[in-house]
Ligand binder design. Structure first.
Ligand code: ZN
Length: 372
């Protein structure tokens, strides 16, 4: 029996390279429901019978030091939150050693003041600008022929410039996979200016424009490439669909981050990381939402992807515990994987620790320019 406990990453500092805002004061969210990716009305008894919920309860039981039933854990959690929310958030972040969070502003199940969020969170906060925040309403207006291409281009550029000027933006993000899929192709601008282009052409065109702009400004581009909420077609989100874009000489200077590890297409994500020097792989969402799948996912990504292009993220949202659970789960999973590599004679202890530091901190620090 190999001893997995002696490779301990629990105190490593963390940059969470993909997450969202959460409530800045106590709000009664049902824990099991918050952990669901369904936009459908899932029955409570189904939501309570999921592994991610069991995993959350297990970690809360330890943190809150509760011996009793699930209800006692939930009650203790609520008391801690009501009692002093800020202290509770600090306990979570300190427990998981979260040093920096990169917040994707496009996902808005909670709207909070960024200033207040930064005051609350005991970590450095930087932001990721999601292009669909501007493009979704512009597409609606364009489709309905209320505006022309020039107007869309001007408004989109303005939205992007405003965000870059007013917020601490360190990356651009796209969820084009949720809209028209990842099979991005070059678009003839004339078709857009005549307004005979499809939604896919519209979105492909503006994604390519955004990649050019981001690259010019030295910002990486995060692209959602994985499963997601129930309004996604996972079949259109295999990162291998990005091959045309990645092969295009014009975009090879862009630094592309495949967000969510490609899950369940993790091999494909890692493979792309291994053949394109400018492709990085983020692990969020699969951590912590696929509690056991994440072991297979990590293994598939690490199989081929250079270790120094793999980045930790949680995809946490709404409640502060997902950011915390993500870091805890990732540390445990990486320690288990690297223990196996040590047993197989692939890693020694020093390499295991240095690769873990890359994944949790150093690669994000370099990629997103967070040195200062
Ligand atoms: Zn996200």
């Amino acid at each position: 029996m190999k001893d997995k406990t002696d490779l301990d990453f629990t105190r490593l500092q963390v940059i969470d390279d993909h997450c969202h805002l959460f409530n800045i004061e106590y709000a009664p969210h049902e824990l099991a429901r918050t952990l669901s990716m369904s936009l459908n009305d899932m029955p409570d008894e189904q939501l309570r019978h999921t592994l991610v919920y069991r995993r959350m309860l297990r970690e809360l039981r330890i943190l809150l030091d509760i011996k009793g039933a699930d209800q006692e854990i939930l009650a203790a959690r609520e008391i801690r939150m009501r009692d002093n929310y800020k202290v509770y958030v600090e306990a979570l972040f300190n427990n998981a050693c979260i040093h920096t969070v990169l917040v994707d502003l496009g996902y808005k199940p909670v709207e909070v003041s960024l200033e207040k969020f930064e005051e609350l969170v005991p970590a450095r906060v930087r932001y990721i600008y999601r292009i669909e925040s501007a493009l979704d309403p512009l597409w609606d207006a364009f489709r309905d022929k209320k505006v022309g291409l020039k107007h869309v281009e001007d408004q989109f550029t303005k939205a992007l410039e405003d965000a870059l000027e007013n917020l601490k933006i360190v990356a651009i993000k796209s969820v084009i996979g949720y809209r028209t899929g990842l099979h991005i192709e070059p678009v003839d601008r004339k078709r857009l200016s005549k307004n005979i282009a499809s939604e896919k052409e519209f979105r492909d065109y503006f994604l390519l424009q955004s990649i050019e702009k981001a690259t010019g400004m030295g910002l990486p581009v995060q692209i959602h490439a994985a499963f997601g909420e129930s309004n996604i077609n996972v079949l259109h989100n295999n990162p291998a669909l990005l091959k045309g874009l990645l092969d295009h000489p014009e975009y090879q200077r862009a630094r592309i981050v495949l967000v969510h590890g490609g899950y369940p297409y993790c091999f494909e994500a890692g493979y792309l990381g291994s053949i394109y020097p400018n492709v990085y792989v983020d692990l969020s969402e699969m951590i912590p939402f696929a509690p056991m799948g994440l072991h297979q996912g990590l293994r598939a990504i690490f199989d081929m992807c250079p270790f120094n292009k793999i980045l930790y993220g949680s995809d946490g949202f709404v409640i502060p515990e997902i950011h915390w659970l993500g870091a805890k789960s990732a540390k445990e999973a990486l320690s288990s994987l690297f223990s196996d590599y040590m047993t197989e004679g692939l890693f020694d202890r020093d390499l295991a620790v240095s690769v873990a530091k890359m994944v949790f901190f150093e690669t994000a620090q370099k990629l997103y320019g967070l040195e200062n």
